[in-house]
Ligand binder design. Sequence first.
Ligand code: FES
Ligand SMILES: [Fe+2]
Length: 334
Amino acid sequence: MANLDVALLPNHWYAIAASTDLGSTPIAASLLDQQLVVYRTTAGQVVVLDDRCPHRGASLACGQVKGNAIACPYHGWQFDLDGHCAQIPSQQASARIPQAAKVASYPVQERYGLIWVFTGDRDRAAQTPLWELPEYDQAGWRVVQGQFDWAADYRRVTENGMDVAHSPFVHANSFGASGNEVIADFELEKSDLGAQIWIPIEPKANYRGSFNLLGRKQETPKAGRSGAAFHLPNITRIDIEFGNFHLILVGIHQPISATTTRSHWLHVRNFLTAGWADGGTRKRTAKLFQEDQKIIEGIAPLRDRNEISVASDRLQLYYRQLWQQHHSSLVAQG
Ligand code: FES
Ligand SMILES: [Fe+2]
């Protein structure tokens, strides 16, 4: 029987905050209950440390940035960007800083408007590529970003992000047009850490928002395709393509605790690229997630599951299989 307790696959990059969350003061972040502090040095470098001062355990996230270092709010000990204690204000000049006075520091990347951390084997961070979204930097694409919080296991949220059969039901009042219930056969295009599927779709008169625009445009082809994909451990991508009109919705589902998840979403499109449309995009994307939320937060935890799957669930089943493989190899390595 597979072990379905919530776990982190540790040797992956995890987004733990949006770049815009991080100003000149430190912030707290959580990765499956591991408490982290994120701060930007005065030179602009992002640093992630364990959020627990080794002196009396205060949260460094309530402290202050001092040049490259962060100062604990309780007794002012300062920790450098590699986590070593650089200063203890109460000590006399002749006293030594105890060697054990340090906090763990983690490799960080800032990419796609997000702060990513690698809490696994430090040596593997450099050779572990970050997931890629080439359209993010390409001319002709508009990117809108946001966050959405769920009271659910991150794997449930991730599975929902690649679920192709729920839209006509859960999203009947937004983009999920009735008439699209039957899912055509699809092939899994597998990669090392994920898979993608494509299914044919037709624009419907009752589409709303950007989809509505696609449905109404004279030049919109009358048939298109929709892609769903995942990338281990927690990233999903939906593509909607009608001819040259292309819309991508990415979800990067940060496990905050065993029962809470924050989705960092990116809405990326190559039409309606002016900024005036961004407010509407934010509103409609939040509505989509709210529609999902009603269902997802009501599902039993994964470990209690006794589920039956059908052909249209094959992408999710492959996600479970790949997740389990990575988790088992971890357990085998001890
Ligand atoms: S608890 Fe951090 S300096 Fe004392
Ligand atoms: Fe949904």
